[in-house]
Write a protein that binds this ligand. Structure first.
Ligand code: IPM
Ligand code: MG
Length: 362
């Protein structure tokens, strides 16, 4: 059996607490003979405080060498006034860029037990299961040129301005479209491509290319939607979606919206994959510095991220299923962290929840 090397980057805020629970789950699998080697490194504000940079060379080297990365969260108010290149967010952006993690998979699943926690009516979200496929290394996030300058034209020539560049090349669109169509084949066989082709050149190319790629997937239904309409449809009829494929910026926004439909962002994992299915796996939520250190954060999104890591990067679907079933079991048993608590259920803390999942793994 091969040794799987996992780089573990807990980060800031609740990151260390929730990652600790996912590590317990991985260690449970090791006990049963799965050869997992976990190596820890600093990232985000925690790394800045110790090493003067949010993504130290050693951390990047470890992440590159590993078979997969388990990531907690980064960001803390303490670091809000740092220059942009030293802010904790640069760590995650740097990892995406340097590891070539272009495909971000963000499932939004509404567990039956938690439908009441959604801000939408339970009948709109009960059984919701959509997958957002977000392009992650292009678009206005990384497009050059960008910067600050004195405007030479526009509405106020001579004034200070900030600018960014939205851009996508044909191959970048092609590869993310393939990820979406292949994912749809294993699910509801429907892809909705989201763009702003009524206004943006980038989106017009996006729409053209996605339409061309779709010809290779005649068994998958494709439709196109403008991003403003998609934001509306997500709250109006979320279950009408199966797979959504979109660019980096629109995906950032829509994936938070979709996550919240499910009642708790504390439940949702994510995967960011390169061309060879090596990936970084992290909860969809952030570092929540307001509750850090209190032992109340929900570790399930991170535990489910570890399951995605096993499925996508390590080729261990059975181990992934075992974790998924254990999470279902603790929810069915009524255990809830405060973010998903409802009267009649049992409120537990971060570590208790992690321990319960480990027990439920048998
Ligand atoms: C996300 C986050 C990041 C993003 C931030 C932290 C840079 O919001 O992963 O969605 O905008 O991509
Ligand atoms: Mg975001």
């Amino acid at each position: 059996m091969p040794t799987h090397h996992i780089a573990v980057l807990p980060g800031d805020g609740i990151g260390p607490e929730i990652v600790a629970e996912a590590v317990k789950v991985l260690q449970r699998l090791s006990k049963d003979g799965l050869d997992l080697q976990l190596e820890f490194a600093d990232v985000g504000g925690a790394a800045y405080a110790k090493h003067g940079h949010p993504l130290p060379e050693a951390t990047l080297a470890l992440a590159k060498k590993a078979d997969a990365v388990l990531f907690g969260a980064v960001g803390d108010w303490k670091y809000d006034n740092l220059e942009r290149h030293l802010r904790p967010e640069q760590a995650i952006l740097g990892l995406r860029k340097h590891l070539g993690l272009f495909a971000n998979l963000r499932p939004a699943i509404c567990y039956a037990e938690l439908a009441a926690a959604s801000s939408l009516k339970p009948e709109l979200v009960g059984g919701l299961d959509i997958l957002i496929v977000r392009e992650l290394t292009g678009d206005i996030y990384f497009g050059q040129p960008r910067g600050r300058r004195t405007a030479s034209d526009g509405h106020f020539p001579g004034s200070e301005e900030g600018f960014d560049t939205m851009r996508y090349s044909r191959p970048e669109i092609e590869r993310i479209a393939h990820v979406a169509f292949q994912a749809a084949r294993k699910r509801g066989k429907k892809v909705t491509s989201v763009d702003k082709a009524n206004v943006l050149e980038t989106s017009q190319l996006w729409r053209e290319v996605v339409t061309q790629v779709a010809q290779q997937y005649p068994d998958v239904q494709l439709d196109h939607m403008y991003v403003d309409n998609a934001a509306m449809q997500l709250v109006k009829a979320p279950k009408s979606f199966d797979v959504i494929v979109t660019g980096n910026l629109f995906g950032d926004i829509l994936s938070d919206e979709a996550a919240m439909l499910t009642g708790s962002i504390g439940m949702l994992p994510s995967a960011s994959l390169d061309a060879n299915n090596k990936g970084l796996f992290e909860p969809s939520h952030g570092s929540a510095p307001d509750i850090a250190g209190q032992g109340v954060a929900n570790p399930l999104a991170t535990i489910l991220s570890a399951a995605m890591l096993l499925r996508y990067s390590l080729g261990q679907p059975q181990a992934a299923d075992r974790i998924g079933a254990a999470v279902q079991r603790v929810l069915a048993d009524g255990l809830r962290t405060p973010d998903i608590y409802a009267p009649g259920t049992t409120k537990v803390g971060t570590a208790q929840m992690g321990d319960a999942v480990v027990r439920a793994m048998g």
